[in-house]
Design a protein around this ligand. Structure first.
Ligand SMILES: CC(C)(COP(=O)(O)OP(=O)(O)OC[C@H]1O[C@@H](n2cnc3c(N)ncnc32)[C@H](O)[C@@H]1OP(=O)(O)O)[C@@H](O)C(=O)NCCC(=O)NCCS
Length: 188
């Protein structure tokens, strides 16, 4: 999308492209900590999880970089596997709403975060559409805190629909919504 990749005024020349997220995991988690609110202990836990995820042969990661190379946003995901922890948690909820088939042939958006100083310029939208445009799966799923957040607003506008609400992840303090969208994601 031109807004975030072509140096337009809305993005102050932030560019979206592939990055070695494992090598930049600390920078990424610093962005996530500010955007999503992570404490020091959670960052350490997430660090191991992110590095394990990125070992997946089909994991894909994109970063949003300022002209001087600072990471101000990132997205990563991978094809869903029903044996993955995330899928085992959401599967009973999706089964209950008749949407468990969304777990097959689906690309999971695992994390999407934009530094608060850079939000609302189209960067999040560019990250998620660019990463999903490049995958062979016909659809995408994700989970987001089940509230009226900018993230949920963005996902709805991209065509994600609620597949299950009030999904409880062990250890997560708030319930999540599981959302799914056909690919390619809807354009405005
Ligand atoms: C979700 C997030 C990644 C979006 O990144 P972003 O770069 O600000 O998003 P964009 O500028 O590309 O898109 C903003 C879109 O979000 C939605 N949005 C933004 N603010 C909103 C609000 N207050 N209420 C509802 N929707 C809102 C709109 O759909 C908007 O689209 P528009 O371009 O038509 O206005 C960013 O807000 C973020 O990092 N949030 C905190 C972390 C988080 O919640 N991550 C997702 C975890 S599931």
């Amino acid at each position: 999308m031109a807004a975030a990749s072509g140096g337009g005024p809305r993005t102050n020349r932030v560019r979206v492209g592939p990055i070695d997220l494992a090598a930049r995991v600390d920078e990424a988690l610093a962005v996530q900590a500010l955007a999503f609110g992570l404490g020091a202990e959670e960052i350490e836990v997430r660090r191991h999880i992110v590095l394990r995820h990125l070992d997946h042969p089909h994991a894909r990661a994109l970063g949003a970089l300022t002209p001087d190379g600072r990471l101000v946003g990132f997205v990563y995901g991978m094809p869903n596997e029903r044996g993955h922890w995330w899928a085992t948690v959401v599967e009973p909820y999706l089964r209950a709403t008749g949407s468990a088939h969304w777990l097959d042939d689906s690309f999971v958006i695992t994390e999407l975060h934009v530094h608060p100083d850079f939000q609302n310029r189209g960067i999040g939208r560019t990250l998620i559409t660019t990463v999903t445009d490049a995958v062979p799966q016909p659809r995408s799923i994700l989970s987001a805190i089940d509230t009226d957040s900018p993230a949920r607003g963005l996902y709805h506008s991209l065509g994600y629909q609620d597949l299950a609400r009030q999904v409880i992840f062990p250890s997560a303090p708030k319930p999540y919504a599981v959302m799914g969208a056909p690919l390619p994601l809807r354009r405005r």
